[in-house]
Write a protein that binds this ligand. Structure first.
Ligand code: AMP
Ligand code: ZN
Length: 479
């Protein structure tokens, strides 16, 4: 089956073909570490994680690189008017910007792990790649794609004729929309900074352009991608806001420098909304993974919520949706418990081969959905589709075993199904409910109603509870 991916560069779904057979070079625009990443950011990183896992599932070796932006990302796309995000925070709080980036980088890694994202091969930091950026800047100056004015170096967009191909912007239109405060240094208002000089900047490096320089945000990603993945890469990802100017500028710099196409596929995640709108500090809904956990949700419930929508569709987050997700995940866990029961010969169809075609169809549908530009909601529906046949006892032991195999494979990609020791937590109310079910089963068996006894045992299994019948009665423990 072919893996189709939507390429923002062409606006079409295309069969995925890596530059090198079975080896994928992927670059993900990572966090700007001036504050804690929010659940919207994690929509973008989770997408990258699932994409990587799917590529591995279909047999590719994936070299995943996700950068850490620790300098040079401005508060405004118009770098002439904005301020470096890290420095703005450092100044406001009177803290060292290096401390801020160090702290939020650490928290970022913790959050990624909590969300179940696999570690990338490399997490390059912009501040560790100043030499590589300067090398590209020199090359662009030498080839006439860039020019220097008073310690600032700009990329000349009129010298790169494909500028605008990704975002569909036209240089002429960008001219018409020139900002109010015109930067007299620039030849064209759409020219963007590769290097800036500012004696007041806190994080700065010496170069031939002066003693107090620092890089523009776009050149950082071009330089880090090139250093860790080479001149050409297969996939470049980011959120939809990265298309312009960030990725448009990356393409211009990288391709002007190497003379080769930069990334074959550009993939962009639509923004996550919260309560039907943009997340905002004033509304108090810029949620982090800590907020999710504090409200009593396991991080995998967030993971599931984010995968309920296709990455190119708008997705809304509310706490009600999270509660609904938790229920749905409980349903999947329950399904796994029941399947285990069927494998052990309980609740199974009389014919041990029964239902195999249902499982094969679900597995086929799961693959087809993921191969269709990572359609995770469709893939999840394929898993849930096994619910009714299992509950109605239509699967035999072999089909149940195959289903468990499908769940394990799906889990390797989606990372949400609780196949391990999860199950319900250890709160006392829950213990009471479990004890009640255990008692009910004992009672049923005492009445010689073994069918009801088995049903109750399966229900407990579905909740992650294992029973052991001993001479002193039944003891239970969590899986
Ligand atoms: P930043 O830290 O601002 O550079 O953003 C990091 C990544 O998160 C970028 O790829 C953004 O496009 C992405 N992003 C930011 N906000 C959202 C959101 N609400 N939904 C999805 N992705 C987002
Ligand atoms: Zn980037």
């Amino acid at each position: 089956m072919t893996f189709l991916v939507h390429n923002s560069l062409t606006g079409r779904k295309e069969p995925f073909e890596p530059l090198e057979p079975e080896r994928v070079r992927m670059y993900n625009c990572g966090p700007t570490v001036y504050s804690r990443a929010h659940i919207g950011n994690f929509r973008a990183y989770l997408f990258a994680d699932v994409l990587r896992r799917w590529l591995e599932h279909i047999g590719m070796e994936v070299v995943q690189v996700m950068n850490i932006t620790d300098v040079g990302h401005f508060t405004d796309d118009d770098e002439d008017g904005g301020e470096d995000k890290l420095e703005a925070r450092a100044r406001r709080e009177g803290v060292d910007p290096w401390k801020i980036s160090e702290e939020y980088t650490r928290v970022f890694f913790e959050d990624l792990e909590r969300l179940g994202c696999l570690p990338a091969a490399v997490y390059p930091k912009a501040t560790d790649h100043i030499a590589e950026m300067l090398e590209m800047i020199e090359g662009l100056l030498a080839s006439g794609h860039a020019y220097e004015r008073g310690g600032n170096v700009y990329f000349d967009v009129t010298r790169f004729d494909r500028y605008g191909r990704l975002s569909k912007n036209r240089v002429e239109d960008l001219d018409a929309g020139a900002r109010i405060a015109v930067n007299e240094e620039k030849r064209h208002p759409a020219d963007f900074a590769l290097w800036k000089s500012d004696p007041h900047h806190l994080m700065k490096w010496e170069s031939r352009f002066g003693p107090d320089g620092f890089p523009g945000w776009h050149i950082e990603c071009s330089a880090m991608a090139r250093k860790h993945l080479g001149d050409r890469i297969d996939i470049h990802t980011g959120g939809e806001d990265n298309v312009f100017p960030h990725h448009e500028c990356e393409i211009a710099q990288s391709e002007a420098f190497t003379g080769e196409p930069f990334a074959t596929y550009w993939m962009h995640t639509k923004f996550l909304q919260v309560d039907g709108g943009k997340m905002s500090k004033s509304l108090g809904n810029v949620y982090s993974i800590d907020d999710v956990v504090e409200r009593g949700f396991e991080p995998r419930v967030l993971r599931y919520t984010l995968l309920r929508g296709h990455y190119r569709q708008p997705l809304n987050f509310t706490w009600e949706i999270m509660a609904d997700s938790r229920k749905a995940l409980g349903g999947l866990d329950d399904l796994v418990g029941r399947l285990r029961g069927v494998c052990d010969g309980r609740g199974a169809a009389a014919d041990e081969g029964a239902g195999e075609e249902l499982v094969a169809a679900a597995a086929g549908e799961f693959e087809a959905a993921m191969n269709d530009d990572l359609n995770t909601p469709r893939a999840l529906a394929a898993l849930f589709g096994l619910g009714a046949p299992v509950r109605e006892g239509r699967l035999g032991a072999r089909a149940a075993g195959a289903s468990l195999g499908l769940f394990a494979a799906a889990d390797a990609v989606l990372g949400i199904v609780d196949l391990g020791d999860g199950g319900p937590g250890g709160d006392p109310d829950d213990d009471a409910a479990i004890q009640a079910l255990v008692d009910a089963r004992r009672e049923a068996r005492a009445q010689r109603d073994f069918a009801e006894g088995d049903r109750l045992r399966d229900e407990l299994l579905g909740r992650g509870i294992l029973l052991e019948d001993t001479a002193d009665g039944t003891v239970w423990r969590r899986r």
